[in-house]
Ligand binder design. Structure first.
Ligand SMILES: *[C@@H]1O[C@H](CO)[C@@H](O)[C@H](O)[C@H]1NC(C)=O
Length: 313
């Protein structure tokens, strides 16, 4: 096992060197100020990023509810501007676009960056995932990104701006009873690769941030939704009860990082001269999440399966 690990570590030096040698320079934020649109700013990763990015940008922080907008206003930064935004609704996006472009024009700054952060999660086995439930996940995590990106892309392209996608280690690793979420993040990864290739000519950088466990409301929301679903329809419990252990992810969540790490990665993706294409951040069960990346790409499926099943089942 140790030998495999050491050989793997050595082999991973080659891509690391290539990665450095192939880094690409992109235009940095305009010196006269710039605006960034961020979705899902009410809690967790999005909230922390919105509040801190407001030190360097005018942040249009998308939230769905008026009381969340009020909460962001109470932070008291004139550069943190809450906007009502529901990424599942084209009308909501269109309305937000009008408000954002008008406000940015008034401030005399371009809309330069987009952070696709809004995301939801539901726990269920593939067998029992109702189609409507999975469509709901995709409506936020995939179609929501598509809608918002398509709307703002002409502005970003004209300014050689930047796009940051908040994916997850679920973008390359699938865990049991989370195929809806994991497959949506896999889709986001591919969508982002396509964007990066298509926008290379226009010097618009696309960075995918892949966090491990970060303290965020997404897990609690997902857990309570999953428990409600199990109570309503116990069929899943009957067939997959051996996988549904009370508190099986408690240790992972107890060790979750604060959103400082995601905010730092988002900031770098927006500001560095050499933005990364991808960045794995935070930890998973105490191990740096980058190890999950190595494991996924170096270990055979059956070996990885054993590790995942021992943790999640
Ligand atoms: C992209 O950046 C390169 C290098 O700075 C520049 O030569 C090129 O004209 C830019 N492309 C566009 C479409 O602006």
């Amino acid at each position: 096992m140790l030998k495999i690990f050491l050989i793997g570590l050595l082999l991973s030096l080659i891509p690391l060197l290539l990665n450095y040698a192939s880094r690409r320079e992109y235009p940095t934020p305009p010196s006269g100020g710039a605006a960034v649109v961020l979705s899902g700013a009410s809690t967790g990763i999005g909230y922390d990023a919105a509040v801190h990015l407001a030190d360097d940008f005018v942040v249009y922080a998308g939230v769905r509810k008026e009381n969340d907008a009020e909460m962001l206003r109470s932070v008291g930064k004139s550069t943190l501007v809450p906007v009502i935004l529901d990424v599942t609704s084209q009308d909501s996006i269109d309305e937000a676009y009008v408000k954002i472009t008008a406000d940015a024009a008034e401030r005399g700054i371009p809309v330069w960056g987009l952070v696709n952060n809004a995301g939801i999660m539901t726990a269920s086995t593939v067998e029992h995932h109702d189609v409507a439930g999975m469509q709901k996940i995709y409506d936020v995590n995939v179609w929501g990104v598509l809608r918002l990106t398509q709307k703002f892309l002409p502005l970003l392209r004209a300014q050689a701006g930047r796009i940051v996608q908040i994916s997850s280690i679920a973008g390359f690793l699938t865990i049991p009873r989370a195929s809806g979420y994991c497959s949506s993040k896999h889709a986001l990864e591919s969508l982002s690769d396509g964007l990066r290739l298509e926008l290379a000519h226009y010097n618009v950088s696309v960075t995918v941030v892949q966090p491990g466990a970060v303290r965020s409301a997404i897990f609690e929301k997902s857990q309570s939704a999953s428990q409600a679903k199990l109570a309503e329809d116990p069929r899943e419990l009957k067939v997959y009860g051996h996988m549904i252990k009370e508190g099986s992810t408690d240790s992972i969540m107890a060790k979750a990082d604060t959103p400082d790490c995601t905010t730092k990665a988002i900031r770098q993706a927006l500001m560095d001269r050499y933005p990364k294409t991808r960045e794995v951040v935070a930890n998973i069960d105490g191990l740096p999440a980058i190890f999950a990346h190595y494991m996924k790409h170096m270990l055979p499926d059956r070996v990885l399966d054993k590790m995942l099943l021992s943790t999640f089942a």
